[in-house]
Ligand binder design. Structure first.
Ligand SMILES: Cc1ncc(COP(=O)(O)O)c(C=O)c1O
Length: 467
């Protein structure tokens, strides 16, 4: 039980009481709660543009857009007002048997923006649910069209596709799967496109590497038996592991392979859609046509939760007539407030030409981050658009990485805290090799890139001197 609090905006509790309640009552996600035994839980109370502020009023540059979410930046009154207007008109009604005007308008707008024949929007509340929904659609679709043996899903090593049981079976990170095994059967791993760590026989030749990585998908389909494979789940740029862009021609080859074996290509764009790569959809940037796109995060810039999948007319066809039904639904999916927010968010994209801003400034972002390559600890800078990973190494010449113990001391023991203390929110991650990830609001310009570079330079130099 907690003591009752007044409904204040951000500090109904004094600092000590708030900290006590945070430590005693709040269960933070993917967080070692024990790590706050002797220190404060960071509390973010407000945001404005590219910056957020903690409970002491200290300012941070939001180099991660929250969690790859806040495309338009923080504190936008116009989007908040759209939510309030919708909540007072009709806050909630389910998509089960009823439509609501904002969900209809948003579905139409997304269908207009999406590539090719992706005309049907199935809303969810999150990215994991979007991924689950795509797998469920693939399974029920194949049963409906007389190919009931197809249930397996291919995805790439260390790729993150969500945490619910189905999505976790697609996720390729052994450490976060192991406590929950056995998971639903059917998840099969294929290589990712980490060119920095390419196998020796294709190292140094990006095109050959891409051909090999795509052909590994074909080999996996043949090994598993094409009649058992339903879908391949791929991000346009793989997040986990530190931003692996696709080699040239990779997705075109994957598309051909999927067509050859009748396998669906699901583009998991939970991070890469809505401007992260300078386009509404990442598949547009790399010129491939998915059968399904999954999205979440940036569709509302986080002003309210929403996710979904965009499916082709072909996949909808078995459910379009008679008693046929896609047997799947979520209470809060297509929530009217979230849909109103998404529409207002897309209005900001248009009015402020955010895609144009990313395209105009991404070369500057890359060049600024690449300055860090003069540091001995920085092995690789990779990514596209406003989405970058910086790989940290022990030895630049040999590309030797840190062992688990060093990684633990470096990332958790020093870098995460030091970057935060220096006023930069980004992500120090060692789910693959140790990387720092940046994915700032799409409103950022050169001054923000310079601020990121200066903070990273100082903190990474300190990290190196401590090794
Ligand atoms: C590519 C991808 N798919 C799925 C998810 C899961 O989304 P959520 O956390 O909204 O469930 C994420 C989350 O980061 C993601 O990056």
């Amino acid at each position: 039980m907690t003591t009752p609090s007044s409904p204040g905006q951000h500090s109904a509790l004094d600092h000590a009481t708030q900290q006590e309640a945070a430590k005693r009552n709040l269960w933070m996600h993917f967080t070692r709660m024990g790590s706050y035994a002797d220190s404060d839980v960071p509390v973010i109370v407000r945001g404005e543009g590219q910056y957020v502020y903690d409970q002491h009023g200290k300012r941070y540059l939001d180099g991660l857009a929250g969690l790859f979410v806040s495309q338009i930046g923080h504190g936008r009154k116009d989007v908040a007002e759209a939510a309030a207007r919708q909540a007072s008109e009709i806050a909630y009604f389910p998509l089960w048997s009823y439509a609501n005007p904002r969900a209809i308008e948003l579905a139409q707008r997304l269908a207009d923006l999406a590539p090719g024949d992706l005309n049907r929007v199935f809303f969810t509340t999150s990215g994991s649910e979007a991924v689950e929904s795509a797998w469920k659609l693939a399974k029920q679709y194949f049963k409906a069209v007389g190919q009931p043996g197809r249930y397996k899903v291919l995805s790439r090593y260390i790729a993150y596709h969500g945490t619910s049981m189905g999505a976790l079976a697609i996720t390729g990170l052994p450490a976060i799967k192991e406590p929950f095994e056995p998971l639903p059967p059917g998840g099969v791993r294929v290589p990712n496109t980490n060119f920095y760590r390419a196998p020796a026989f294709v190292a140094g030749d990006l095109t050959a590497f891409g051909v090999w990585a795509a052909d590994e998908i074909e080999r996996a389909i043949l090994r598993e038996g094409p009649e058992s494979v339903a879908a391949v789940f791929l991000e346009p740029v793989q997040n986990s592991g530190g931003c692996f862009p696709p080699p040239p021609g990779y997705f075109q080859r994957v598309r051909e392979i999927c067509d050859r074996y009748g396998v669906l290509l699901v583009s998991d764009e939970v991070i890469c859609a809505f401007g992260r790569l300078g386009y509404y959809f990442g598949s547009e940037r790399y010129g491939y046509q998915p059968d399904v796109i999954t999205f979440a995060k940036g569709v509302t810039s986080g002003y309210s939760p929403l996710g979904g999948m965009l499916a082709s007319d072909r996949l909808m066809e078995p459910f379009a007539e008679g008693a046929a039904t896609f047997l799947h639904g979520i209470t809060f999916a297509g929530h009217p407030v979230s849909c109103a927010v998404a529409l207002a968010n897309l209005d900001v994209f248009e009015k402020e030409d955010l895609l144009g801003n990313v395209r105009a400034n991404e070369a500057g972002f890359r060049a600024t981050l690449e300055k860090l390559l003069d540091l001995p600890i920085v092995g690789d800078v990779r990514g596209d658009g406003y989405f970058y990973g910086i790989e940290l190494v022990k030895d630049k010449a040999t590309r030797e990485t840190f062992d688990d113990d060093e990684s633990e001391r470096l990332l958790r023991g020093f870098l995460s805290h030091a970057l935060f203390d220096a006023g930069l929110i980004c992500r120090a991650d060692d789910r693959g090799d140790p990387v720092i990830q940046l994915s700032p609001p799409l409103t950022c310009t050169q001054e923000h890139f310079d601020e990121m570079e200066q903070i990273l330079r100082s903190v990474l130099s300190q990290a190196w001197s401590r090794l």
